[in-house]
Ligand binder design. Structure first.
Ligand code: BG6
Length: 490
């Protein structure tokens, strides 16, 4: 069979990501026969756990799958734990010997994934030590999977990149942006490039603006320490939002190879009009959540969260207008919006088409309804198209109607998890849905200007939106000045 075989070494194996996402994803790959019994997972972290402790964590993380007829103990027996000090070379030597032994036991042919799922301080050190102690020189392949944050700005990202590049080639590095593993984010390209109805209209002659919204209900919870140094701009815009924008804006690739797709994405990112530090306020709006009522309960303001400064200048909301200076997009604003503690958890893309040159049909209030293409990324997965049609017997009145395809209705359990897709891609050596260094660099350069402005002058209106709302008023004003408004369609 073609099932990939490998050992997955997880650094930070006691952490939240490993427990919430990685173990269940490996389980799903196993259950769905994407991987066979030829795999092993070695968890490393500082804490002194035993194999049994670790396997209990694994079993706990897959409790939701009780009804499968897979023996969870059998599955968990593929997991091993090594207490590990990332700065101690002896630990790497011992780990290497252990991996060689597992290779024999599980037929993994020297294939290794090193998955860095931990705080980024040690990313560079670990990569360097893996190489110097010989862990990357096996008879199979070895790949590095690296989680965000990939740096804090362009400079630190470049420094980190230089460090890991000393130990791994670019084509061995898989930088995770988990949005690229989402089913409907992957569908952006298919919808665009497999439909004769859309591609001819996908330009500034027919599209008036594109809106990308990713809103969350949760607040910062217990991630105050990380979030204070990040904010929504670094946490969501630099990566997820700009990646979705690149997929919407890119030219059709010549072929569906990782290199061709990436090169088109990079071109789209290069075409983004740079903003100068002084102009940031014209294009970007920041917000921070206040107290409010969510699901009938009173919730705290951001500044009242643990590990958050009571005068914090950190943004929990960003809205922005991005212009792309190329032939396809000149004149079409891309609006992005993301925030915590908003009204609902939802990620969606709205493509608003231009009005017809003349309208014969109006609704009762003389409104013209533009055509909208909506790509629902989560929690609903699907696409819908808002068209106009006659309803009833009022001949000259048109009403918006909705054509929709709902991906969830079939079998929700079978929609793969983002991490499941990405892990499988990595095992097969397909880097299409990972971010190349060039994309990371361009994204940082764009957002660095915005953070410079925001860090230089503190926001005088924080907190400026209530928990449970749709963000600060300024975010609506950003579109109103162009004659548009945010569509809420879910
Ligand atoms: C992560 C951010 O990258 O994405 C989190 O660090 C955010 O702050 C999360 O909550 C949102 O992801 P999703 O898949 O729930 O939309």
């Amino acid at each position: 069979t073609n099932n990939p075989k490998s050992i997955i070494v997880i650094f930070g194996a006691t952490g939240d990501l490993a427990n919430r996402k990685l173990f269940p994803s490996i389980y799903r790959l196993y259950r769905n026969n994407k991987i066979t019994d030829d795999f092993a997972v070695v968890g490393v972290a500082r804490r002194p756990l035993t194999n049994d402790d670790f396997r209990n964590n694994v079993k706990k993380s897959i409790e939701a799958f009780q009804s499968d007829d897979i023996d969870h103990d059998d599955f968990a027996s593929h997991f091993y734990y090594n207490p590990f000090d990332a700065t101690d070379l002896d630990h790497y030597k011992r780990l290497n010997e252990f991996l060689l032994q597992l290779d024999d036991q599980y037929n993994t042919e020297g294939n290794r994934i090193f998955y860095l799922a931990m705080a980024p301080n040690f990313f560079g050190t670990i990569a360097a030590n893996l190489k110097s102690e010989g862990l990357t020189q096996t008879k199979g392949w070895s790949r590095l999977v690296i989680e965000k944050p990939f740096g804090h700005n362009f400079e630190s990202a470049q420094e980190l990149n230089n460090q890991i590049r000393q130990a791994f080639n670019e084509d061995q590095i898989y930088r995770i942006d988990h949005y690229l593993g989402k089913e409907m984010v992957q569908n952006i390209e298919v919808i665009r490039f497999a439909n004769a109805m859309f591609e001819p209209l996908w330009n500034n002659q027919y599209i008036s603006n594109i809106q990308i919204t990713s809103s969350e209900v949760l607040g910062v919870e217990d991630r105050g320490r990380y979030y204070e140094s990040s904010g929504a701009l670094r946490d969501m815009v630099q990566n997820h939002m700009l990646q979705m924008l690149a997929l919407l804006a890119m030219e059709p690739p010549i072929k569906l190879t990782p290199n061709e797709i990436r090169s088109e994405k990079v071109k789209a990112l290069r075409a983004i009009r740079p903003i100068s530090v002084d102009d940031v306020d014209k294009y970007f709006v920041r917000g921070q959540y206040d107290r409010g009522i969510l699901n009938g309960e009173e919730v705290n303001a951001y500044r009242e969260s643990s590990s958050v400064d009571s005068n914090s200048n950190t943004e929990t909301f960003v809205a922005g207008k991005i212009l792309i200076d190329n032939f396809r997009w000149a004149g079409v604003p891309f609006y992005i919006r993301t925030g915590k503690r908003m009204e609902k958890k939802s990620t969606e893309i709205v493509v608003q088409f231009k009005d017809l040159p003349m309208n014969l049909y109006y609704d009762k209030t003389e409104n013209v309804h533009p055509n909208l293409l909506v790509i629902h990324i989560q929690p609903h997965e699907g696409i819908s198209l808002q068209l106009n049609a006659k309803k009833g017997d009022q001949g000259t009145v048109s009403k918006p109607i909705d054509l929709s395809f709902n991906n969830n209705s079939k079998d929700k359990m079978n929609t793969p998890e983002a991490y499941e897709v990405l892990l499988y891609d990595c095992m097969r050596g397909d880097s299409t849905n990972f971010t190349h260094w060039d994309e990371v660099a361009l994204s940082w350069k764009f957002v660095d200007v915005i953070s410079q402005n925001w860090e230089n002058k503190s926001a005088d209106d924080y907190p400026n939106y209530e928990s449970g709302s749709n963000g600060p008023k300024k975010s609506d004003a950003l579109l109103e000045q162009d004659g548009f408004h945010w569509w809420t369609v879910t």
